[in-house]
Each structure stands twice: as C-alpha cells, then as structure tokens.
Design a binder for this molecule. Structure first.
Ligand code: ADP
Ligand code: SF4
Ligand code: MG
Length: 391
C-alpha cells in the first residue's frame, strides 16, 4: 500500500514522473491486494445481476468495465450454395465485469472468441446484442467521435509486437503518438523518455527504429505506447504468446509491476493458463463463445469444477517433480466444433467424458454449484478430477 500511495502521489505531481524504483524501505515483492479485490467481488456477487446465461455481470457502482450478455455473430458468406450468408457465433452471451485495478484473465483455446471479446470492450466492434458499460457509461451504441474521449482510458496491446509498430517511425514518436492524436501539439522528448523508462528501456532508444529491437523490447514499446494516455484499463490480447519463454517472464514481471504501481486494470487474454496465474486475481475460462468457469485464481487453478477447465489445468506445467508424477494430463479428444453450428445444450458435450442426456437438451447456466469453487456452467461439476492440484 505504501508503494501504491507513493506512486499515486507521483502521478498527481506535474510532469507525471513515474519510476519503477520505490522509495527505500518499501518492498517491490509486496503481495497483491487480494483482500480488497475479493471484498469488492463478494459485494458484486451479493448485489450483482445474473444475466440470461447466468454470468456475473456485477453492478455499475464498483466496476470499471461491465460486459452484459454480449453476443457477437459475424455474418459469413458461404462458398457455393448460391452465396448463402450464415452466422458465425463467435461470442454468445458473455457477461463479466472488471473493477479498477483488477486483472481478469480470459483463457481458452484458439478460436473460442477471446479477441472478439477484447474488440467488443474496446468498441472496435459493435455487438450483435448485449451491452458494454465503461466507467458507468453505456458505450454500446456510441459513434466514433463520442468514443474518442472514452478511448483515452482504455488501450489495447496486441500479440504481435512486429506487426503492431510502424517500421518507418522512430520509437520516441511511436510511444508519444497517442498524445499527439488526443492532445494535439508535439509531445516533448521528455515524455518519450519517461514512457521508455517506465517499461525498462533506455531513454536514448527514442531515436531508434523498431527493427533495431528484439521481440521482447518491441512488446515493451507497445506497452509504453498504450500507457501514454494514462489509461485505467489495458486489454492485453495474448501479449506474450509470440515471445520466447525467457522473454515472456520478463514481460509478465513488467506487467505485474506496472499494475501494482499505476493501479491499472487488465483484461489479460491467453490461450494457456500458466501465464495468467502470475498476473490475474480472477480467471474466466471460455469455450466456443461462452464462459464455462469463472472464479478467483485459486478456485480455478486449485479446485476447477468444469471438465474443460480441469483439462486445461492438467496441461499447466508444474515445477515440483512430485506433483508432476502425481498429475495426470487430461487429453481432450475430438476437435472444437464449428462456431457456425455449435452443439445444442452444453457446447462442450461433444468432447466431455462426463456428458449425459441432459447435456444435449439443456444449457447449463454459469452459477455457483460447489463450495470452494468459482462459478461453473456444468450440470455435473466435481472438484476431484485434477490429481496433483493443491487441496
Ligand atoms: N471478422 C471476422 N469475420 C468472421 N469470423 C471471424 C472474424 N473474426 C473472428 N472470426 C471467427 O470468430 C471466432 C472467434 O475468433 P477470435 O475471437 O479471434 O478467437 P480467439 O481470439 O479466441 O482465437 C473464430 O471462429 C474466428 O474464425
Ligand atoms: S454439462 Fe455435461 S457435457 Fe457439459 S461439461 Fe458438464 S458434464 Fe460435460
Ligand atoms: Mg485471439
């Protein structure tokens, strides 16, 4: 808390001079403020609304961003068949909220709809139905001009640090470009230097071009650019998936530091659970356009109750040889069905080893089903199927 307080005072001081070094005597390794986040969440659940698919939408008071029953169906023109148009159900009734300063991990296999959710929050897409509420304002139907001031507070970092930086621009101009766009005038060199220092780069790097940097350094540049407008929410769409494992750890540590120091909220998207564990207090697991499990980090990792989450958790590498020996990997059979023609009832049923008749005729709601676990969209949840997980 001391560290956070110190940085808040830094942020409020003129010139926004932020450094990643805390004052002497404070710990950089301080634990996350789980207590505060947990009590907020308990409050949200207590007074929160359950939407039509039973997902936690929360209430307006505490949430920074709230997604309510969001649906995104892409129109797709089929080849042959006289150019018939069909709907691809990329996101189908997703609800969640993120509080200020909270990190929510969104995980699931490729194609399950994670990036679509990210684009809906950023309002790069308009949902087919549902609502997006940001800082208490319904932004679902806002036009470009109305969205502009709101976008200052929400920024996105994409997976590929090579594709997302303009190769013809100097790094100093890249990181200050949002200031130029939103505030006009030429941002001074000092702002570029501040931003580069903030993400652990040398202020002298401002005069270089993106091709002079490694993948990890480029992702630092992307993060610096995203922070230029001092947003409240960062949407991180697979920010480390394109990087080597050793570099991944450095970027993850940077994101943890920035979150702690600047009080940022994250929607942290990943296709595997292991990176999410380090960064996020809450985790939502998506399968074929829907959230199937939702909970605190410990609930999802240590006591997953949905078979799909259990399969994902069983694939997370464990460092201790004992746990490794005890852990049985759950290998999912079959392919993910097409989002153009998803299975009736529970969408996971075609790959679920526990599926029963009811799973094909009824859709399981995302709700509290077992003590000690998060919310689960499974009629037959169990906590015991991940040998080696913490009790
Ligand atoms: N612009 C688009 N038009 C049609 N289908 C799309 C479009 N963008 C994504 N999709 C489809 O929507 C589904 C979800 O995609 P996406 O949100 O990118 O998933 P993820 O990020 O989890 O990999 C996938 O089947 C993908 O092919
Ligand atoms: S509802 Fe049925 S098919 Fe779906 S995850 Fe649970 S047991 Fe499996
Ligand atoms: Mg994606």
């Amino acid at each position: 808390m001391v560290v956070v307080g110190w940085f808040v005072s830094q942020l409020l001081s003129p010139g926004w001079s932020v450094h990643l070094r805390p004052p002497a005597g404070t710990s950089r390794d301080a634990e996350w403020p789980h207590g505060a986040a947990s009590s907020l969440w308990e409050g949200r659940l207590a007074c929160g609304t359950m939407t039509s698919n039973g997902s936690p939408a929360g209430t307006a008071r505490e949430s920074l961003v709230r997604v309510e029953d969001a649906v995104m169906h892409y129109p797709v023109r089929m080849e042959g068949v006289m150019g018939r148009r069909r709907r691809l159900r990329a996101v189908d009734g997703v609800s969640f909220s993120i509080s200020e300063g909270e990190a929510l991990g969104l995980v699931g296999e490729s194609g399950c709809g994670k990036s679509t959710v990210a684009k809906l929050i950023m309002r790069l897409l308009s949902p087919t139905s549902g609502r997006i509420v940001f800082m208490g304002r319904d932004i679902t139907d806002l036009g470009r001009r109305e969205l502009r001031p709101i976008r200052r507070n929400m920024q996105i970092v994409f997976q590929d640090p090579f594709a997302s930086l303009n190769p013809g621009m100097k790094v100093g101009d890249i990181v200050t470009e949002p200031l130029l766009v939103h505030e006009g005038g030429r941002p001074g060199r000092a702002r570029a230097a501040e931003l580069l220092e903030l993400v652990g780069l040398d202020p002298g790097d401002a005069v270089k071009y993106p091709h002079e940097f490694s993948g990890g350094q480029r992702q630092r540049i992307s993060i610096a650019r995203a922070l230029a407008l001092r947003p409240k929410l960062l949407v991180l769409d697979e920010p480390v998936s394109a990087l080597d494992v050793s570099i991944q750890a450095q970027i993850i540590n940077l994101l943890i530091e920035l979150k702690n120091e600047l009080g940022l909220a994250y929607l942290f998207i990943a296709h595997d659970l292991s990176v999410v564990r380090h960064v996020c207090e809450r985790v939502a697991v998506m399968y074929l356009g829907r959230i199937v499990e939702w909970g605190k980090r410990e609930e999802v990792f240590d006591r997953p109750s949905h078979p799909y989450t259990q399969a994902l958790v069983s694939a997370v590498p464990v460092p201790e040889p004992l746990s490794r020996a005890e852990r049985r990997r759950i290998l999912l059979e079959g392919d993910v069905p097409s989002p153009m023609d998803p299975p009736s009832g529970c969408r996971f049923r075609t790959r679920c080893w526990k599926a029963q008749e009811r799973c094909g005729s009824e859709t399981p709601r995302l709700e509290h089903r077992l003590p000690g676990s998060g919310l689960s969209a499974c009629f037959f949840p169990e906590q015991t199927a991940v040998p080696g997980a913490a009790p």
